[in-house]
Design a protein around this ligand. Structure first.
Ligand code: S3P
Ligand code: PEP
Length: 430
């Protein structure tokens, strides 16, 4: 992987891109499978897992807790569960999945497990998950502010039972409890009470992954999930390509009137990123899913749109970037929870899109993006992989865009700049 200059001159292209882009595995699926495999009854195999910062952090966390996560020569991960041990530290980096999925696993350890992460992780919400674990009988110490760092005092078992939480800040609080719950003495019933749960497809993904591993889950009532205690079957799974990362490349077609093909786009998926098909269709793209994969052909100029991204918030930065060069204003709604993502994405998108000539109004839960005469700028990326990908999309359409810290894309996509440059040059590997 070649080093890239910082700031990185985002390639711009006045003519249509035309490339096939093969995406590595889904972050959300890889990290769920890793957790389930660590708690399973025998060894598992993850085929085509994502190998990026977030998933390496998850693997490292589980290794610290006593699981063997073995790098097979073909890139697969073999996972051999072991007794969960305490007396260890977990580095969450900036990964929401690590800071919210691993504490319930740590509660099953035989001693204390201390969690910390990047400076930015200390401002991400974790208190709801910690409070729920306490309600289920787990001892946790923090500095009293419900933020990182904190220590989970594992006692080798979790009584479990019924717990109510307000998960309106992140669906990951629900997913984290459900994933470990087969190993709780009484399983768990989680009831969400509060504003509507964001990122609902991610909880469906959790439920599906549990059921595929032989776990009984009842989700027939809205905002209530029951996981029965019982064994987790070993997994042998192929990880789907990451559709939210794919969205950035498909945006390349949208802003240049070009064509991008993503092979192996799943026909059934729980990934929220699949929603990008509807979004780009509404923005004037020609979106075709067939046996070979997904092909998006962009319009001469994308249309503005009014869209609710509550279920697929992680698409917002890339959609906002396309909206910033559209032929009319856009509303992106239902996204107040993005203030607790890698950065406050509402503020960050407004600031950076305004630098390249757009106007952005931030409301309580929406962005109103008004395209303006484009101008070059240096885009700050706030340690946020999706801000950096959005900046690359802006740079494709607007000459003279420099992207600070493009390496932050390594959170979910190794060598994003190399893949992007290959796409722009039309040489992306088939
Ligand atoms: O469970 C998951 O894998 C995720 C859930 C979502 O989090 P929020 O519910 O906090 O938005 C999503 O944005 C994140 O990228 C991944
Ligand atoms: C919100 C995101 O990540 P995380 O899993 O760290 O919450 C994201 O990838 O857009």
């Amino acid at each position: 992987m070649a080093p890239h200059p910082d700031p990185w001159p985002a390639p711009s292209r006045p003519t249509p891109v035309d490339a096939t882009v093969r995406l590595p595995g889904s972050k959300s699926l890889t990290n769920r499978y890793l957790v389930l495999a660590a708690l399973a009854d025998g060894p598992s195999r993850l085929r085509l897992p994502l190998r990026s910062r977030d998933t390496e952090l998850m693997a490292a966390a589980l290794r610290a807790l006593g699981t063997r996560v073995i790098d097979a020569p073909d890139g697969d991960w073999i996972v051999e569960p072991g007794p969960i041990r305490g007396g260890v530290d977990v580095d969450c980096g900036l990964a929401g999945t690590v800071m919210r999925f691993v504490p319930p696993v740590a509660a099953l350890a035989d001693g204390p497990v201390r969690f910390d992460g990047d400076p930015g992780a200390r401002t991400r919400p974790v208190a709801t998950g910690l409070r729920a674990l306490r309600d289920l009988g787990v001892e946790i110490s923090d500095d009293g502010d419900g933020r990182m760092p904190f220590t989970v005092h594992g006692r080798g078992e979790i009584p479990g039972g019924r717990v109510e939480m307000d998960a309106s800040a992140s669906s990951q609080f629900v997913s984290g409890l459900l994933l470990a719950a087969p190993r709780f003495d009484r399983g768990v019933t989680v009831v969400h009470r509060g504003d509507p749960l964001p990122s609902a497809p991610h909880v469906v993904m959790t439920v599906e992954a549990l059921r595929d591993a032989g776990v009984t889950v009842d989700d027939c009532e809205p905002d209530r999930w029951t996981v029965d205690p019982g064994p987790i079957l070993p997994l042998d799974v192929v990880v789907e390509p990451d559709l939210s990362n794919a969205a950035a490349f498909l945006a390349g077609a949208m802003v240049t009137g070009g064509r991008i093909h993503v092979p192996d786009w799943p026909h059934h998926t729980t990934q929220a990123g699949d929603h990008i098909r509807d979004v780009f269709d509404a923005m004037g793209g020609d979106v075709a899913l067939d046996r070979d994969g997904l092909t998006v052909t962009g319009p001469d100029r994308p249309s503005g749109l009014d869209v609710d991204l509550h279920d697929a918030g992680e698409l917002t930065p890339v959609v906002a970037a396309v909206a910033a060069v559209a032929d009319s204003p856009s509303w992106l709604r239902g996204i107040s929870h993005l203030r607790g993502h890698e950065t406050d994405r509402l503020a960050a998108l407004a600031r950076e899109i305004e630098k390249v000539g757009g106007r952005v109004e931030v409301t309580e839960d929406a962005l109103h993006v008004v395209p303006g005469p484009p101008r070059p700028a240096t885009i700050h990326t706030y340690a946020d992989h999706r801000m950096a990908m959005a900046a690359a999309v802006l740079g494709l359409a607007i000459p003279g865009v420099l992207v600070e810290d493009v390496a932050t894309t390594g959170k979910t996509l190794p060598d994003f700049p190399g893949m992007w440059e290959a796409m722009v040059a039309g040489t992306a590997p088939a």
